[in-house]
Ligand binder design. Structure first.
Ligand code: GLC
Length: 580
């Protein structure tokens, strides 16, 4: 493949210039500078006209993802499932739901992704299974059999009373009565998703074998779904318990020994000090990456408040992480924009700003897409991404957000943000050539103004959001300090202006100053850079037009900057070479 060759995806899609990358990089630390992309398989691209996205469809769009600048895709669960929780209700851990294709299709996708330099991370749902899983069927029908203890059973529904309910819209208790066994079973999510019993060593062995099974296929990593809830104990919240960490550490040890280089990403929706624990310690490492849940809602909050203080605060409360770890950052994903990790006051503010209609809410969060959340404002979308790409961590994009895709709050639950990808203006927006509308996995977005958005048009328009975001990704790729550099928050005389530096600690590594004006007003600010007094500034990235700054940091270590409304700047800082 060369940089100028063209590749063609599904019919009707304009050719995307193939990425110049070939093969995977040798860098074992690839995840530090990587941009991740969550590709919701069933809604991404349908190759066989059954209305459901599949592996062959995803494979046919890899050139697009490579062109965009994606380094790794995260593929949510594709295992056989009754599909009562978007596939997070698994009924066979080592199978592939035939709607998504065959094992060969899966392997083909991994191979083709790797050929384009794209890594593949798959979802591992270890906390629970579907009640249709044979383990649960055996557990409920044969309490003294080999699977009798695979789940958490109790004669009463009063145990672990200190544990919160997560899916408050649908569940009133974490216990559900099972007629067949004549006992209650424990579940942190839907009542059709019984939690596995991690106090049973046979469960730990069984799931470790599942992880081994998929690691053998050559995937590059696992997203560990709902990881804080593995173990429960009386008198606690049953979250983040030592027993849970022990299981994660054991999995990490197995991967390190048998599949070195395979990464894990924790979905631990917890406060900063608790999330950090999922990195483990240098002696007992746990995950390679953890999604930084607490910072995400603060990015949204800052844009409405016109102050970056809440971002500053949450980062100040975020402890340092061990050297093997890296944050994962995101703006949106396939779930609701969770407001579990904010205060009650913040939640009320966020609902007021971002979910004025009741239908926009789900559980403790907001079931909306990025572009509509930000009022389809190009400036806000770019600023939010500039923050995402410069704060500590590796960013993860959500499919469709790069073209400003819309939402459908008339669909149930989180399906509001899981509608088919809009590729072009052909039938079913190029997602599928299924004959009937009803055959689509979910209906396409139909709201005027949103229904027409598509990749082909965005590709053809050099001024599109898609091209602008690709430009941001390209700049990030050119500055590894943004991925692997140290992070330091800088004093700013304006609450609206967030200023931080990222410093590549390798010899000759660069120092970048990242500035963001989260307010709707133009802002002047003086930034404290005492250790960089006299450094010259060079513009690496700036937007929207018209942002300006001094050419050098003053001898007093201060830099004056002016930022247009919602403006952002990334500046390189170089200290003058000292005369010897
Ligand atoms: C995770 C998934 C979510 C799912 C839940 C229960 O939070 O991201 O989609 O509903 O686990 O499986």
């Amino acid at each position: 493949m060369s940089g100028t060759s063209l590749s063609v995806g599904l019919p009707g899609v304009p050719a995307v210039p193939a990425a110049p990358r070939t093969g995977l990089s040798e860098d074992p630390q690839w995840f530090r500078t990587a941009v991740f992309y969550e590709a919701l398989l069933r809604s991404f691209a349908d190759s066989d006209s059954d209305g459901v996205g599949d592996f062959a469809g995803l494979t046919s769009r890899l050139d697009y993802l490579a062109w965009l600048g994606v380094d790794a895709i995260w593929v949510p669960p594709f295992y056989p499932s009754p599909m009562r929780d978007g596939g997070y209700d698994i009924s066979d851990y080592t199978g592939i739901d035939p709607r998504y294709g065959t094992v060969e299709d899966f392997e083909g996708m991994v191979r083709e992704a790797h050929a384009r330099g794209i890594r593949v991370v798959i979802d591992m749902v270890l906390n629970h299974t579907s009640d249709a899983h044979p383990w649960f069927q055996a557990s409920r029908s044969d309490p003294s059999g080999p699977y009798g203890d695979f789940y958490v059973w109790s004669d009463s529904d009063e145990a672990y009373a200190g544990t919160r309910v997560i899916f408050v819209d649908t569940e009133s208790s974490n216990w559900t009565w099972d007629e067949q066994r004549g006992q209650f079973f424990w579940h942190r999510f839907f009542s059709h998703q019984p939690d596995l019993n991690y106090d049973n060593p046979a469960v730990v062995e069984a799931v470790t074998d599942v992880v081994r099974f998929w690691a053998r296929t050559g995937v590059d990593g696992f997203r560990l779904d709902a990881i804080p809830y593995l173990v429960e104990r009386e008198g606690t919240s049953s979250e983040n318990l030592p027993g849970t960490h022990a299981v994660v550490a054991r999995l990490a040890a197995v991967l390190a020994e048998e599949f070195p280089g395979t990464i894990t990403i924790a979905e631990a929706n917890q406060m900063p000090s608790e999330v950090v624990a999922y990195f483990g310690t240098p002696e007992a490492p746990e995950c390679t990456m953890c999604f930084h849940f607490p910072v995400m809602p603060r990015i949204f909050r800052s844009l409405r408040e016109g102050s970056a203080d809440s971002i500053r605060q949450v980062l100040a409360e975020t402890p340092d992480i061990p050297a093997h770890g890296q944050w994962g950052t995101f703006l949106r994903n396939h779930d609701e924009l969770t407001l579990e990790m904010v205060t009650e006051d913040e939640r009320a503010l966020m609902y007021g700003w971002y979910a004025p209609e009741e239908r926009m809410r789900a559980n403790v969060g907001i079931r909306r897409r990025l572009a509509p959340l930000l009022g389809d404002s190009r400036d806000e979308l770019m600023l939010a991404h500039a923050l995402l790409l410069s704060l500590p961590g590796s960013p993860c994009l959500y499919y469709g957000d790069e073209i400003g895709m819309g939402e459908d709050i008339w669909l149930e639950d989180r399906d509001a943000v899981r509608t088919p990808m809009q590729w072009d203006r052909s039938r079913h927006m190029g997602f599928s050539s299924a004959p009937q509308d009803a055959a689509l996995t979910l209906p396409l977005i139909s709201a005027p103004g949103w229904a027409e958005r598509n990749v082909a048009d965005a590709l053809a328009d050099p001024g599109s959001l898609l091209h602008a975001l690709r430009g941001l990704l390209t700049v990030r790729r050119q500055h590894p300090a943004l991925g692997r550099g140290s992070f330091l928050m800088r004093a700013s005389s304006s609450a609206a202006v967030l200023a931080h530096t990222r410093q590549d600690l390798s010899p000759d590594g660069e120092v970048l100053l990242c500035l963001a004006n989260v307010s709707e007003e133009a802002c002047e600010a003086v930034i404290g850079l005492e250790d960089l007094a006299g450094a010259r500034t060079g513009v690496v990235l700036g937007g929207p037009e018209g942002s300006g700054e001094d050419a050098a940091v003053g001898e007093d270590g201060r830099l004056g900057v002016t930022l247009v409304p919602r403006g952002y700047r990334w500046l390189s800082l170089s200290l003058p070479v000292k005369e010897s």
